[in-house]
Design a protein around this ligand. Structure first.
Ligand code: FAD
Length: 392
């Protein structure tokens, strides 16, 4: 079978690229190792920046999101036993949308497969990429029903298979530079069947470690606890989790509303960036090209930015022979990637400095935080980075 583009991975990046291609009437196949049910329920991100929602809207992909997402206009830091609110909407005119990633993935799959008639193959096995540095690349996989190897000939491959996929590994190591950063800390990522305990995102800066509170829906709240990297989630039973959250987020606010923990896993916080994001006819997008630990809630936003640039570039080339978008793809994406990487690093020091055990880092962290709440210029600078570029 021959198609214009094979998209490997049905996450936010791959499904967005697929939708953009289908709107232009181009043939593509999306390959996904998991089932549809699985990807429509996998919990992860929730915070989406305004420019990103506008980008989805422009491509007809935000109807349900705009009906159902919550708008967040402020955040709260808790340190020294006090609450400090930052109304970023007043500083920038921008806000965040909160819309759980599984709902976005559900919308994007429905639009791609059921509305725009896109070809998506779930539960595929052993995806392999061939002849990427020729103008006749192909992708093969084992069909889940028959176990037979299927081959898809194509013009381009979009590598959107996340941090653990195969497309990044298909690039010869001598053709890319991979820059890595390990924070040396872990976060226990939790989803609780409990209503949010605050009307905004809360960041607890505490000598015992960072704690975060993020609403996901009226019934479900995401929490984070800083833990040693590699910690075992089983060492964190219900009582220990809630005692630690209550302590690290304690102020004059009422105690947190507790509930059953429905997700509990330890993330070892690290980042990487692959440069360039292109090898021959393979274009990497999203977590396949760069990982941003969820410190500043940037990963899905970057994945969608890549997808917009890549989808538009592929359409321009395949429909009009205009290769500008593809030639500048890597550079256009990496500028934003590095900007967000730097902000994550900066924010990480605020989150983790006080618990580092180093009194010098602890004191400079608090100085950095106080500056955000005493200098209007510092507050605006923080808000601009926190919210991302101004929506066009
Ligand atoms: P993925 O979403 O990882 O999608 C890749 C897809 O490829 C998957 O469906 C996978 O099953 C499939 N796949 C894997 N291997 C293969 C293969 N060999 N062949 C075919 N398919 C394959 N980001 C934000 O912007 N805001 C947030 O608030 C936020 N919170 C987060 C909270 C947590 C706990 C975590 C873990 C992440 C968070 N992120 C956040 C990051 C965000 O979830 C990711 O950056 C985002 O999912 C990246 O999208 P993607 O499409 O690049 O990759």
């Amino acid at each position: 079978q021959r198609v214009a583009v094979v998209v490997v991975g049905a996450g936010p990046a791959g499904l967005t690229v697929g939708n953009i291609l289908r709107t232009a009437g181009l043939d593509c196949v999306v390959l996904e190792t998991e089932t549809r049910e699985f990807i429509e329920q996998r919990p992860r991100a929730g915070v989406i920046e305004e420019w990103c929602v506008r980008g989805l809207e422009k491509r007809g992909l935000a109807d349900t999101l705009l009906q159902r997402a919550q708008r967040h206009t402020e955040c709260e830091f808790r340190f020294d036993g006090h609450r400090h609110r930052l109304r970023y909407v007043d500083l920038t005119g921008q806000h965040h949308y909160v819309y759980p990633q599984p709902l976005l993935v559900t919308d994007l799959v429905r639009e791609y497969a059921d509305v725009r008639g896109g070809d998506i193959r779930f539960s595929v096995r052993d995806v392999r990429l061939h002849d990427l540095d020729t103008d006749r690349p192909s992708v093969s996989y084992l069909c889940p029903d028959t176990g037979e190897r299927q081959v898809l000939l194509c013009d381009f491959v979009a590598g959107c298979d996340g941090a653990r996929g195969v497309t990044r590994a298909a690039v010869p190591p001598e053709r890319v530079r991979v820059a890595r950063h390990d924070y040396g800390i872990g976060w226990l990522a939790l989803l609780a069947e409990a209503p949010p305990s605050s009307d905004c995102v809360v960041f607890g800066i505490h000598p015992r470690g960072f704690a975060g509170h993020m609403a996901r829906s009226p019934e479900v709240t995401r929490y984070y606890l800083e833990v040693p990297p590699g910690d075992d989630p089983d060492d964190w039973p219900h009582e220990r989790v809630w005692a630690e959250l209550q302590q690290r987020l304690a102020t004059d606010a009422p105690p947190l509303t507790e509930g059953r923990l429905i997700e509990k896993r330890v993330l070892d916080m690290h980042n990487y960036v692959v440069e360039p994001m292109v090898f021959g006819r393979l274009f990497l997008a999203g977590d396949a090209a760069h990982l941003t630990a969820p410190i500043a809630a940037k990963g899905m936003n970057l994945a969608l930015h890549d997808a917009f640039v890549l989808g538009d570039g592929l359409v321009a080339y395949l429909t009009q022979g205009d290769g500008t978008g593809l030639t500048t793809y890597s550079e256009a994406c990496l500028t934003r990637v590095w900007d967000y990487q730097e902000f994550s690093l900066w924010l990480s020091e605020i989150y983790h400095g006080t618990s580092s055990g180093d009194p010098y880092r602890a004191a400079t962290t608090l100085a950095r935080l106080r500056r955000v709440f005493t200098s209007p210029t510092a507050a605006v600078a923080f808000a601009e980075q926190f919210l991302g570029p101004r929506a066009g």
